[in-house]
Design a protein around this ligand. Structure first.
Ligand SMILES: Cc1cc2nc3c(=O)[nH]c(=O)nc-3n(C[C@H](O)[C@H](O)[C@H](O)COP(=O)(O)OP(=O)(O)OC[C@H]3O[C@@H](n4cnc5c(N)ncnc54)[C@H](O)[C@@H]3O)c2cc1C
Length: 391
C-alpha cells in the first residue's frame, strides 16, 4: 500500500461525507465518494436535524460533545446555519432525574458549561404551553440546536470538492471484490474503481452494500415520520427541541421543535427497533393517517396551551438502526479494509462528525484514537451479533 491509502466511500449522506472530510483534513488525497443517487438522497435529507448532547451514558455524551465541536467549527468558518434553540429532555421519574444530574457532571467535565437540570416548574417556565404536572423535570442544553440536513451535506460536498475529492453521483455500487493481491475493486453502475479501503456509509442500505462484498451487516432500517405543526398563533419565543422519550422504554415518544414563526416540526422517536424492518428501496414516503392522529393526540396532551394546531406536510424516512442500538464504526467482521460507518439510528446527523472521525482513525491508525471508548462501536462486538440473532 502507498503511504497514504486510497479510499472509496459508499454513500454521500452525512456519515460518508463527514468521513471524507476527516480523511482530507489528515492529508489523504485519493478519496472517492460513490453515491447511488445524489448528495443527501437518503436519510440525511429527510431528518429533523437536531444536534445536541443531552444523553446519559458517558460514551453517548462524549461522542456528541465531540461532534458539536465539528458543527461549531463549520458554523464559524463556513457559515453552516445552526439554529440554537436549545434541547430539553423530559424526565418522568426520580431515577431519570438522577441520571440527568450525572449527565450534567459529565458534560461539564467535557467543557459543556451550560447544560443543566430543571425541575418541573423550570420546564414549565421554558415552555409555558406545556403540561408539566406529570413531569419530574428535564435536562436542558441551551447551546443545542438543529441544522438542515441538505444544507449540511451540501456544505460538506463543497468543502470536499475544493480538496479535490471525487464526489460521484449516480454511481451505484454493485459489487466489491477483494482480489488476492490486496485492495478492492469496486464495480458501480458507471465504472470500476480500485482502492485500498472501502467505507460502507450507505445508511439504511448498509446490509445491501455489505452483501455486495459477500458479507452481512446487522441492521434494522426503521420507518420514522415527521410532520409540520401549524400553530393557531405564533409563539412569542423560539421553542426548544423537546424530547419526551424514555430511552429503552420500547415505546416511541413525542418530540417537537421550532421550525419558523407559527410552525413546529414533530415526530415520534425511539432508539430501539419498534417496527418491522423496512425495505430502503420500497417504503411509504408520506406520513400515514395513524401517525398524524397519534402525534395530534400527544401534542394535545403535552402542549395543551397551543390550542388546536393543524398537522400537514408530513414525510417518512428511515432510521438505520443497529440491532443493539449502538452505531457501528470500524473494520467489518469479514475484512480489515472494509470499514463500516453506519447504524446510527435516529442520531446519524448529530453523530456524523464523530463517526467520520472514527472511521478515518481506523483507516489511518488501525484503532479509534479520537474517542477513548470508540472501540465499543466496533462492528465486531459480541453484543451486535447476539442482538442480531435474538431480533
Ligand atoms: C424523520 C427522521 C428524522 C430524523 N431526525 C434526526 C435528528 O433530528 N437528528 C439526527 O441526528 N438524526 C436524525 N435522523 C436520523 C438521520 O437522518 C440518519 O441517522 C442519518 O441521516 C444517517 O446518515 P447516513 O449517512 O448513515 O445515511 P444516508 O443519509 O441514508 O446516506 C446513505 C447514502 O448511501 C447511498 N447508497 C445506498 N446504497 C448505495 C450503493 N449501493 N452505492 C452507492 N451509494 C449508495 C444512498 O443513496 C444515500 O445517499 C432522522 C431520520 C428520520 C427518518
Amino acid at each position: 500500500m502507498s503511504q497514504q491509502p486510497s479510499v472509496c466511500i459508499v454513500g454521500a449522506g452525512a456519515v460518508g461525507l463527514a468521513t471524507a472530510v476527516h480523511l482530507t483534513r489528515r492529508g489523504v488525497t485519493d478519496v472517492t465518494v460513490l453515491e447511488a443517487d445524489h448528495i443527501a438522497a437518503g436519510s440525511s435529507g429527510l431528518s429533523v436535524g437536531i444536534i445536541e448532547t443531552q444523553y446519559v451514558t458517558p460514551l453517548d455524551i462524549e461522542l456528541r460533545v465531540r461532534a458539536m465541536g465539528f458543527f461549531a467549527d463549520l458554523e464559524r468558518d463556513h457559515g453552516l446555519h445552526v439554529t440554537r434553540n436549545g434541547y430539553l429532555r423530559l424526565a418522568h421519574s426520580a431515577e431519570q432525574l438522577e441520571s440527568f444530574e450525572r449527565s450534567v457532571e459529565i458534560q461539564r467535565s467535557l467543557g459543556v458549561a451550560d447544560a443543566r437540570v430543571l425541575d418541573a416548574a423550570g420546564v414549565g417556565r421554558l415552555v409555558p404551553e406545556m403540561r408539566v404536572d406529570d413531569v419530574d423535570g428535564g435536562l436542558f442544553g441551551p447551546g443545542d440546536g438543529f441544522i438542515d440536513g441538505h444544507l449540511y451535506c451540501a456544505l460538506l460536498g463543497e468543502l470536499l470538492e475544493a480538496q479535490g475529492v471525487r464526489l460521484l453521483a449516480r454511481h451505484k455500487v454493485e459489487e466489491i471484490e477483494s482480489p488476492p493481491g490486496g485492495g478492492h475493486l469496486v464495480r458501480t453502475s458507471r465504472g470500476e474503481f480500485r482502492c485500498d479501503y472501502v467505507v460502507n456509509a450507505a445508511g439504511a442500505w448498509g446490509d445491501h452494500v455489505a452483501r455486495a462484498a459477500g458479507m452481512e451487516m446487522p441492521l434494522a432500517p426503521q420507518r420514522h415520520e415527521a410532520i409540520v405543526v401549524h400553530l393557531e398563533q405564533a409563539l412569542p419565543y423560539v421553542v426548544p427541541s423537546v424530547m419526551d422519550y424514555t430511552p429503552h422504554s420500547g415505546e416511541t415518544g413525542l418530540y417537537f421543535r421550532h421550525e419558523r414563526a407559527g410552525q413546529m416540526i414533530a415526530g415520534l422517536h425511539s432508539e430501539e427497533a419498534t417496527e418491522g424492518v423496512a425495505d430502503p428501496d420500497d417504503y411509504a414516503r408520506s406520513a400515514r393517517p395513524d401517525f398524524i392522529e397519534e402525534v395530534a393526540e400527544k401534542i394535545a396532551s403535552r402542549l395543551p396551551g397551543v390550542g388546536d394546531p393543524g398537522l400537514a406536510h408530513g414525510w417518512a424516512g428511515l432510521y438505520p438502526v443497529s440491532p443493539d442500538g449502538v452505531p457501528q464504526v470500524g473494520p467489518s467482521p469479514g475484512s480489515d479494509t472494509i470499514i463500516v460507518a453506519g447504524g446510527a439510528g435516529g442520531s446519524g446527523i448529530q453523530l456524523s462528525p464523530v463517526m467520520g472521525e472514527l472511521a478515518a482513525d481506523w483507516i489511518l491508525h488501525g484503532e479509534p484514537r479520537s474517542i477513548g471508548d470508540g472501540g465499543r462501536l466496533s462492528p465486531r462486538r459480541a453484543s451486535l451479533r447476539t442482538a442480531a440473532e435474538t431480533a
